[in-house]
Design a binder for this molecule. Sequence first.
Ligand code: MLT
Length: 269
Amino acid sequence: MQTQINGITIAYSDQGNGLPIVMLHAFPLNRTMWAAQEKVLSSRFRIITIDLRGHGESDAPLWHYTLEQSADDVNALLDYLSIPQAVFVGLSMGGYILFAFYRKYAARVKGLILADTKAQADTVEGKEGRFQMAQTSYKKGPSAIVDTMLSKLLSPETIQTRPSLVQQVRTIIENSQISGIAGDLMAMAERPDSIPLLNHITCPTQIIVGELDQATPPSDARLMADHIPNARLAIIPNAAHLANMEQPEAFNHIVATFAQELSERIDSQ
Ligand code: MLT
């Protein structure tokens, strides 16, 4: 499905009934990375997955991107769908966007699931790496960043033994638009440190991380769990950065348990 939001086309899927769960994807992927969550969780919850601006079937305008702007897109989509409040799942860049969303729209957040993400801003070297990646994809096309990204996103074992999953991720990256890739790299490089926000997060929060995640390792997840009041932490074995794709059953179980508890709490109020 598609709609016009903040001057561009935003694509999304909306399946199932019950407590709404909004899922924000990683960089440089799109909403199809949530297929295994959508399939299983939409039998119990209303699952909304969004192609963030710059990705998938949404427009990728050639302009300056910010994570706050993506948060504004999500907010406007929820207005359009008449959803006052939801549970939000953000994986990696999706998590960075959730911090921006929480700063502006905390009243909309029933619960937060922060997966394979981190609260710290980029280091100087991290920003330089983003600049280099933007130049490489601009000069040579998105396929030139696939191998670097794959080794960051998936575990070595997955890369060796699960060719169809590797191909799925490869195809998504290869089909990404340069404007979206460069726009998001700049947006992520400019994002603020969210550590000071953490102890102001008052909604129920679940943190998830793949035990083999090197991009946003378990130590980053523990830091968030230590600072967000009453946050829970789950570490998924045999998963790296895209834990929801590598270990969908474990990931779905954590999300379903968290959302079910929230639903029951809402029903008893
Ligand atoms: C992601 O998966 O969204 C990216 O790895 C985030 C990042 O580059 O910081």
